[in-house]
Design a protein around this ligand. Structure first.
Ligand code: XMP
Length: 516
């Protein structure tokens, strides 16, 4: 892999993404790794990320000069560039000129790193210190008002560095420079593709699982679907997928899993109809956290029973299901401690909230992938667009979108309204612009309306369309008025119980995406 050494900036993951966009496999590792640990990974190249520290600050992370003797190509970026310069005997100092944001650099000598760059360009900088003198043997490629040495390289030793951030979109030629480093500087080939990812994972899964039985909880979401399809590709009938229909799904979702997913993969599917059980457990409950706990708990019980049934039905004597497939993604792994060691899964990343003490070994074929890469793998595996491009949907489903007690009738009303909103958003081509659009039923609120010649006394729904990068923050989506208007007209005409449609115009924070 290309190892991105994380010096504590928010940019390390982004750098890894950009390297992967260049079709070269990349991983993030912490700067606390020793040179020995780094070299043990047999890296094809190393990238030193930016970081918040000054190289002269107390306790500032340094780069071990031995790294540069290992004949591994290295690219230093921002802080990593300065730490590299310092480790190799260059000088780094405070200039008094801080450069933040768009900055002009002059490129008198493009070298290998900046091949194809114009002699002058705008780039994204964010630094206080600057490199004043390049180490011996380095050519200075670029300068800026605040950075006498803004980029350098020692082509023979395959060492490169730049002060600006090539990984951000505000450095228009940044990706080009990264690719120069990878292809020309380090001599790597762009051969990390979805097809290769699949081939590699299939081999790994086979090695891990042997001929044991495997189960996977399907949520209908993209991650569990792609993980299951990969495992199915690897071990075929040893896998059984369990899909729990808790009655809190949207219109057509159980059918979509049963029909489209099975058609695309040929997977063994066990559907458990647990609708009554969930409704009974939720009867009379209005508190959001209580609802979530009940739904999580019931899900586990149903899943465990189903897992035992899968074994019994398989006819295997005394055999047990040893492995559980989970759709854990790379950002979860990085956030929980750098990708080494035991899986540390946050509750909302578990399939439907499975507990840690579940007696299975985990199979996590997406552990190295970002969301968009998961989608690419899903498409390559032949999964339909409807699954691959599915918007996020919470595990507790419509149970947390009926505000008030959850009943079968209320779920039906919400399902009908939700289906209309989804249909119109899809028709308007907004599925990929809008991150998701919860429709929320205010089941205990009533308002007066007039329809035909009569008075109505119905319920409102709230449309909650949002845009987001990662659901951590969000903004309300500016859905065109005519689309909103069609949704409103159709819902009030077609769903008898609803006589008012409102729009939620709150960002996150302060509002969360879901109402409960
Ligand atoms: P909030 O409401 O916290 O939601 O802004 C952020 C994102 O997470 C989804 N969500 C969940 N997903 N289990 C899930 O799998 C849950 O319990 C859950 N709660 C919220 C929500 O739809 C949004 O995408």
């Amino acid at each position: 892999p290309v190892l991105v050494i994380d010096f504590g900036a928010q940019y390390a993951q982004l750098i890894a993404r950009r390297v992967r966009e260049a079709h070269v496999y990349s991983e993030v590792v912490p700067h606390t790794w020793t040179t020995e640990q780094i070299l043990a990974k047999d890296p094809a190249a190393v990238i030193l990320s930016g970081g918040p520290a000054s190289v002269y600050a107390d306790g500032a992370p340094a780069v071990d000069p031995d790294l540069f003797e290992a004949e591994v190509p290295v690219l230093g970026i921002c802080y990593g560039f300065q730490a590299m310069a310092k480790a190799l005997g260059g000088t780094v100092a405070q200039t008094g000129t801080r450069e933040y944001g768009g900055t002009h650099v002059d490129i008198p000598d493009s070298g290998v790193l900046l091949t194809g760059s114009p002699a002058e360009q705008s780039v994204w900088m964010s630094h206080g210190d600057a490199v004043h003198e390049a180490p011996d043997g380095f050519r200075v490629l670029a300068t800026s008002p605040g950075s006498p040495v803004a980029a350098f390289e020692d082509r023979d030793r395959r060492l490169f560095g730049m002060q600006w951030h090539p990984e951000v979109k505000h450095s228009p030629l940044g990706q080009h420079a990264l690719e120069n480093f990878l292809y020309r500087g380090a001599g790597l080939r762009p051969d990390w593709t979805p097809g290769n990812v699949i081939a590699e994972q299939v081999e790994r899964i086979r090695a891990q699982v042997g001929d044991a039985r495997v189960i996977c909880g399907l949520s209908g979401g993209v991650d569990s679907a792609v993980a299951a399809a990969l495992v199915q590709r690897a071990v075929g009938d040893q896998l059984t997928c369990v899909f729990v229909d808790h009655g809190l799904l949207r219109l057509g979702e159980p059918e979509q899993v049963e029909r489209d997913f099975v058609a695309a993969t040929g997977v063994n599917l066990k559907v458990v109809d647990a609708r009554e059980r969930f409704l009974d457990a939720l009867a009379g409950v209005t508190d959001p956290e209580e609802k979530r706990k009940i739904i999580g708990r019931e899900f586990i019980r149903v899943f465990e029973v189903a897992a035992r049934e899968v074994v019994a039905e398989s006819g295997a004597h005394g055999e047990e299901v040893r492995f559980l497939v989970q759709g854990t993604l790379y950002p979860d792994v990085v956030e929980s401690g750098g990708g080494e060691g035991a899986a540390n899964i946050k509750s909302h990343h578990n399939v439907g909230g499975l507990p840690d003490d579940l007696q299975f070994e985990l199979v996590e074929p997406l552990r190295t992938l970002f969301k968009d890469e998961v989608r690419a793998v899903g498409l390559e595996l032949g999964l339909p667009d409807a699954i691959v491009w599915r918007q996020p949907f919470p595990g507790p489903g419509l149970g947390i979108r009926v505000i008030g007690e959850v009943t079968a009738e209320r779920l039906d009303v919400l399902r009908a309204a939700d289906a209309i909103a989804r249909e119109e958003l899809t028709r308007a081509g907004l599925d990929r612009t809008v991150w998701q659009c919860p429709v929320v039923l205010l089941a205990d609120v009533r308002s007066v309306g007039v329809q035909g010649d009569g008075r109505t006394y119905g319920h409102p729904v709230v449309l909650r369309p949002v845009t987001s990068e990662d659901a951590m923050t969000a903004d309300w989506a500016r859905v065109p008025y005519d689309v909103l208007s069609r949704i409103s007209t159709r819902i009030t005409n077609e769903v008898r119980e609803i006589n008012r449609v409102t729009l939620d115009v709150t960002s996150k924070p302060p509002g969360t995406i879901e109402w409960e």
